[in-house]
Write a protein that binds this ligand. Structure first.
Ligand SMILES: Nc1ncnc2c1ncn2[C@@H]1O[C@H](COP(=O)(O)OP(=O)(O)OP(=O)(O)O)[C@@H](O)[C@H]1O
Length: 366
């Protein structure tokens, strides 16, 4: 950078858009090496939002703005996609099969002098863990390599922001895990922030510094993954983050307790901002099962009599479905299950740590 050039100012992308049934407002810091995950179930509107940010679709109302520069105001003002300096990796924008890897990566570098362009191609291919792949035909690449090349192509023109829509779909699980680790590292080393669309919970947790939870075209929560997964804002978010039990409950007894189906549970949560009618949310992996009468409750542990409804086996864990006056699921290792009476109808005690009792608002029907 020469003395006359201004340092780029780290700013923010402000999204407040209306498009078809989607109304979404959130911000993304620019200049911070952060990953924002746009998370939600299928049909939530994630692709709609990301295409609008990329400039592939015009919004119908609201505004998309990078600092003071309005990209789209739903009316006459629009900055074309190519001038937004965003790198995109969309499923429907795959690599050009008739070009080799280098030519694919060169796609956004046409105005660059040849020598500089070759250097840049080599640099981004190395950064994306496919060094020396320039002369390879795109048709010869494995799925994981193709996504690395697509990422290199998105990064090559030095964008301010990366937009990645379900970037690892269709890859096998070990490759997905490896690629998401690489992507996190890449965001750190390049300093280019990313917005990543996914409906995969593991991916959201592994990748996201921040989650924007989109359900039925509305942003329901914006928080760190830890907060969203532990303290979902409402029952729709709780379902999206995989809470196994979501049962109506009532606050109002002794402090720190909640009544669910006539059973009083101790909960380690701050309920100050919650209404009286709430939902108790529990994860099967947090719960245990004990032989009836073998465990005593205390401040940190609820012990609730229950009946076994069903046991579902999988390769590693058993999912035990219980009726405790409300529905409970519990995941056990085979080792832990060995000495328990786990036949349908059997009486057991469900062991529910008070730290595992989460409370959420009851969502308005969509
Ligand atoms: N071009 C379009 N015209 C009309 N409706 C559309 C268009 N694109 C998407 N939709 C609809 O908008 C809604 C949101 O779709 P979108 O693809 O944004 O959801 P998504 O959260 O990305 O889902 P998925 O995870 O399945 O890709 C859906 O009901 C979809 O059918």
């Amino acid at each position: 950078m020469t003395a006359g050039e201004r340092m780029p100012r780290a700013g923010a992308l402000h999204v407040d858009l209306r498009l078809r049934d989607v109304r979404a407002a959130f911000e993304v810091a620019l200049g911070e090496p952060d990953v924002t995950v746009l998370f939600g179930p299928s049909g939530a509107g994630k692709t709609t939002v990301i295409r609008a940010i990329a400039g592939l679709d015009r919004i119908e109302g609201g505004e998309i703005r990078a600092d003071d520069v309005v990209w789209d105001d739903g009316g006459r003002r629009v900055v074309p996609a190519r001038l937004r300096r965003v790198g995109v990796l969309f499923q429907d924008r795959a690599l050009f099969p008739h070009l080799d890897v280098a030519a694919n990566v060169a796609y956004g570098l046409q105005r660059m002098p040849r020598a500089e362009r070759d250097r840049r191609i080599a640099e981004v291919l190395a950064a994306c863990a496919v060094p020396g792949f320039g002369r390879r035909s795109v048709r010869e690449l494995s799925g994981g390599e193709a996504q690395r090349v697509a990422l290199a192509r998105a990064l090559a023109p030095n964008p301010r922001l990366l937009l990645l829509d379900e970037p690892f779909t269709g890859l096998d699980q070990p490759t997905r895990v490896r690629l998401r680790t690489e992507l996190r590292e890449l965001v750190g080393t390049t300093g280019v922030p990313a917005v990543v669309v996914t409906h995969d919970r593991d991916e959201a947790i592994a990748l996201g510094d921040r989650l924007v939870v989109l359900i039925d075209g509305r942003v329901r929560q914006v928080d760190s993954p830890a907060v969203v997964f532990d303290r979902p804002a409402d029952t729709r978010v709780a379902a999206a983050v995989g809470m196994d039990t979501i049962a109506p409950a009532r606050l109002g007894g002794p402090a720190g307790t909640v009544d669910v189906g006539g059973i009083r549970l101790v909960a380690e949560v701050d309920a100050t901002d919650l209404p009286r009618e709430v939902a108790v949310c529990l994860r099967a992996a947090d719960l245990g099962i004990a032989a009836p009468g073998s465990r005593r409750p205390d401040d940190a542990t609820n012990v609730v009599p229950a009946r076994v409804r069903a046991v579902e086996e999988s390769a590693e864990l058993l999912r035990v479905r219980l009726d405790a006056g409300f529905h409970l699921d519990c995941l056990l290792t085979r080792h832990d299950a060995r000495r328990l009476p786990l036949l349908p109808g059997a009486a057991v005690d469900a062991v529910i740590p008070s730290a595992a009792v989460h409370l959420a608002r009851i969502a308005e029907p969509a």
